[in-house]
Ligand binder design. Sequence first.
Ligand code: MLT
Length: 379
Amino acid sequence: MPKPAERLNRFSEYVFARLAKRVAEVEKRTGRKVLGFGAGSPDIRPSEKYLAAFAAAIQAEKAHLYPGYGATPAFAEALGRWYQKRFGVLLNRDEVVPLLGAKDGTSHLPLALLDDGDEMLIPNPGYPGFSGSLIMYGMKPVYYPLTADCRLNVAAIEPLVTSRTKAIVVNFPSNPTGQVATLEELTAVVAFAKKYNIVLVYDNAYAEIAFDGYRAPSILEIPDAKDVAVEFGSFSKTYSFAGYRMGWMVGNADVCRALLQVKSQIDSGMSLPLQALAVVALTETDLEWHEAMIREYTRRRDIIAQKLKLLGLTFELPRAGLYIWARIPDDAPSSEEFCMKLLEERHILLTPGSAFGSHGERYVRVSICVNIDAIDTYF
Ligand code: MLT
């Protein structure tokens, strides 16, 4: 093979790709299945209603055609109605971009907002999908700290702004920490983005996975947020559609246009059957299925939490999201070594907190979207 690009030396393989290989290797060597609390990959079967709608959509006369580059009118309208009902937010057609999963947005939006060497403010700890692509493109992630309990603190971000700062990424309910944000905190970060004239990229992929009565807000609920903000949403977690790759970006029309321009060079749009499925999911929501899903995740969260205590981990139960963010025992050398020892000795996979940034060291992330029927045989 000819020598690959130098660029490959700048970034490492995505953490969940790396861990999947490690798990496969351990399973092959020992012949025992690993109980994987790694990637947040919802295992619960989607609602039969949605599966039937999807099957029908695939059979439709024009289902196989290229879908065009933006949203179909039906998709944009359905998402608009859903935003109005769920958040009281009005969306225009030019404020909606369908995505091939929210990661499509997080990884490609920098191409629309930043030039070489420009900077994007990224939460630490934060989802690794925010920074990997930036590094790959030769742009610069500037990591901002959160408070001790992983909340937003605009005062700590201000000193990091430079003339090259083009955007800030904010993510609540947070992956990996499960922390949530108040409307006051979101109001402060909108004001911050306006003050420095930068784009506010709000990742709201976990908004619909909430426990104990918690309701997650949209950044677009903040008055005039659309002047600077866009928001990512995802069907992956809410509907257990992770493998279908379906999400959206909504908000500032100029940013939407810019992302569509980038994506027009990269992919050929979200397929028509998937957009038709999205319309059904957004407008004919199977409430019974969604309530059962939340009940099941709550049950798992509580059972997994009891087991984690046996490993000496300390944590707060998350009010939203699909992860428990737990502190490792003081005598553990590092989060990576703690996780690899657990994998080797007990066939349990947790994600090292260091994969989410330097402030994730001494923590592990534990996914709760995992079948735990056999959990007692591992703990
Ligand atoms: C996660 O596990 O953080 C994600 O949901 C899967 C991904 O990396 O995209």
